[in-house]
Structures are given as C-alpha cells and as structure tokens.
Design a protein around this ligand. Structure first.
Ligand code: CA
Ligand code: CA
Length: 244
C-alpha cells in the first residue's frame, strides 16, 4: 500500500485550514449568540442603559422625567463614560483581492482602547489565508466615532505581514515536501512569498450590547503592495470586551 496516497497535498491542507477558520468564526458567533440569549442588550426597558458603569450611574442618578423626551434620548444614547476603557477584541472578515475571485479570510485578535470617548486605537495580530497563500502579520489602526451607544465610525489602519505560498513541484526531481516520494502526484513546494503591506480607510458602526460588550461591523478598502489591481474591499465583524 502506498502510504503517500493518504497524505494530503499542501493545497488541500490549505483548503481544509480555510474551511477550519470559517468553522471557527461560525462557532464564535454561535457561542456569542448563546451567551447573549442569557444576557439581552441592556436598556431594553430602561433608557438609563449603562447603570452598571459607576460614572454613568453617578451622572444619571436622577434620571430624566417621564415627560422629558430629549432627556430620555440623551441618557439612552450617552456613551461618554467609555473614555479610558480598554480591552480585547476579536474580528473575522473576508475579502476578494482584486479580480482573482480568490477570497481571503482573516482573523484578528488584539487590544483596543478609548483615548477619549470618541477616539480609539488598536493593535492586533492577524492571520489570513486564501487558497494559495497564508499571511501572518500585525495590525494598527485608529477610529473616530460618535460617543454614543450606537456609534458610526470612520478610521484608517495599517496591516503588515509576510506570506507563504505553495506552487506545483511534481516535475523537478526533488522531494519538496519531505514525505519520502519524489514528484508524486500533487506534490507542491511551500515558499516565502515576500511581504504584504496594506493601508486602508474604513467605516462601520459600533453597537454597545452592554456597557462592556461592543459589537461592530465594518468595511475596509485595502490598498496593498500587490498593486492597484489587487485593491479590494474587506468586510468584517468584531466583538470587543472592554473595562476601565
Ligand atoms: Ca514528495
Ligand atoms: Ca518535486
């Protein structure tokens, strides 16, 4: 029996990893939806939505009168207490680089903080893959937002990473993948494929599920060192858990 038939060529492994990542994103969202069933968004029945926060609770200790509609709206929207909050965030997203129709999925884990109630920064690690390449790198970005519970934002960011790629190598008389077979069917060689740097403007919206849990959706226009043909929109979703 030829054991190498059991070994998956690198391209298949890549596919499996991409699928694995998508499964992980779905699992994370499922886990969150399960926990959010236990914890509904705060403020459904009360306009003073962030009384768990000491600063907010102090400010709105005397809530707006029932007839004071502007006052009610203000206390339902106010998220200025988030100044000096910080915490971990997790993002997942998908893009198609240029016209290649080869979607790139990525996951990001990092730390974000509020310098002021309307300005955040973040730093994170990114892992991304499409059917041909892996990318690993770092991320930095800033966002300006309204200091409100539902908060549109605009910002910019920078991604810098390195990529690995796999190419067909079944005709070079070398056992490229060290499995003991030379030029077997589907043999591929992995190699360092250079650096990828992307800068992007982005826009999106935050929603504070509770005074500590922030959900976000965003779109980024990735301008990369791969050339203008590779520029592409990237769409993602993110969850952050912050505290002071
Ligand atoms: Ca081989
Ligand atoms: Ca070979």
């Amino acid at each position: 029996m030829k054991t190498h038939n059991l070994c998956l060529p690198p391209r298949s492994r890549l596919r499996i990893e991409v699928i694995g990542w998508l499964v992980m994103i779905v699992l994370c969202m499922f886990t969150f939806s399960q926990s959010s069933q236990a914890q509904l968004p705060t403020g459904i029945t009360k306009s003073r939505w962030a009384m768990d926060d000491p600063d907010y609770a102090q400010k709105y200790a005397d809530g707006a009168e029932k007839t004071d509609v502007p006052g009610k709206i203000k206390q339902a929207a106010d998220a200025r207490f988030l100044k000096d909050s910080s915490g971990l965030y997790f993002s997942g997203g998908l893009s198609a680089f240029g016209k290649s129709a080869n979607p790139l999925g990525s996951l990001e884990l990092g730390y974000t903080g509020y310098w002021t109630s309307y300005l955040t920064n973040r730093t994170g690690f990114v892992a991304a893959a499409n059917l041909d390449d892996y990318y690993f790198g770092g991320e930095f970005g800033m966002r300006f937002q309204t200091p409100t519970r539902l908060a549109p934002f605009a910002g910019f960011g920078l991604f810098a990473g390195v990529s690995r790629t796999s190419e067909s190598a079944d005709d070079d008389n070398i056992d490229n993948d060290d499995d003991g077979f030379i030029d077997e069917w589907g043999e591929e060689e992995e190699s360092f494929d250079g650096a990828l740097i992307a800068v992007y403007p982005e826009t999106g919206i935050h929603f504070w599920w509770t005074p500590r849990i922030r959900l976000s959706g965003f779109g980024r226009y990735m301008v990369t060192t791969e050339g203008r043909d590779a520029d592409a929109w990237y769409y993602g979703a993110s969850i952050a858990i912050l505290s002071k």
